[in-house]
Design a protein around this ligand. Structure first.
Ligand SMILES: O=C1O[C@H](COP(=O)(O)O)[C@@H](O)[C@H](O)[C@H]1O
Length: 251
């Protein structure tokens, strides 16, 4: 995919970016009567963007009964630990009308008795069991309806970090990470092949400290190893939703 097929949208503030993403989410939910499989990120996506989704869905009179929530990445720490992305996501979804816990697809925590590798394997199995492939042919790669990504100032997205070779050719859909440069070190993440099979990928990136990463991600010809954010594209739609700070290094 060329960079030309990635659409950038800039809003003046973090709140305006969250509201814009929320309106797009409402349009997506309203556009279908099917179940929707949405993978979300932690960090600012969980604390600033998802709450806006909940508000906008309520304003539109829509409920969350058809929405499955998955994780773009998760930290392998004990259940309930503040570092678990599911903690912030579950908190954001508390007011989501009609949302059932059974549709919140958390990964195994470090106190589950399973290993980090087991957690990755189990999550891939759950994805394969519940998320249909784009062509509907059994056994194909699950195609999430939406992957909602954030990014770090280093250009990492989900738990895919710059300087990691082979991101594009990962054989698995979910991988374990043992040496995340950003703590905590142990994580599970969707791989680039899993993300790229999603119908839509929306990366919500805010803050001037991420401007250089956004610029690199938007550079024609950038590799996945240089910029995982730049390589995270969807089959039908790839959006980079930015605030003015994150967009300030773009031409
Ligand atoms: O470690 C992580 O960081 C990224 C970016 O977080 P942010 O707070 O700077 O937006 C996040 O997208 C990812 O899910 C998380 O595990």
């Amino acid at each position: 995919m060329t960079q030309a097929s990635r659409v950038r949208h800039v809003e003046p503030s973090v709140a305006a970016v969250a509201d814009d993403a929320a309106r797009r989410f409402v349009e997506l939910v309203a556009s279908t009567t099917a179940e929707l499989h949405v993978a979300v990120s932690g960090g600012s996506v969980a604390t600033k963007v998802l709450p806006a989704f909940v508000v906008e869905m309520a304003r539109a009179g829509l409920d969350w009964t058809r929405v499955h929530v998955w994780f773009a990445d998760e930290r392998f720490v004990p259940t309930g630990h503040d570092d678990r992305n599911v903690v912030a996501v579950a908190d954001a979804l508390k007011g989501a009308a009609g949302f059932e816990q059974a549709r919140l697809h958390a990964t195994l925590a470090s106190d589950s008795g399973e290993t980090l590798d087991d957690a990755a394997v189990a999550y891939e199995a759950e994805l394969r069991a519940l998320v249909p492939p784009a062509d509907g042919v059994p056994g194909g790669i699950p195609s999430l309806d939406l992957v909602l990504l954030g990014a770090g100032g280093d250009g990492h997205t989900a738990s895919l970090f710059p300087g990691t070779p082979g991101l594009e050719t990962a054989a698995a859909l979910v991988e374990s990470i043992r040496d995340s440069p950003k703590p905590p070190p142990e994580r599970v993440t969707l791989t680039l092949p899993a993300i790229r099979e999603a119908a839509r990928v929306w990366a919500v990136v805010t803050g001037a400290e991420k401007a250089a990463a956004v610029r690199l991600a938007s550079t024609e010809g950038v590799t996945a190893e240089e910029s995982p954010l730049g390589a995270a594209t969807g089959r039908l739609e790839t959006l980079l939703l930015l605030d003015a700070g994150a967009a300030e290094a773009l031409g």
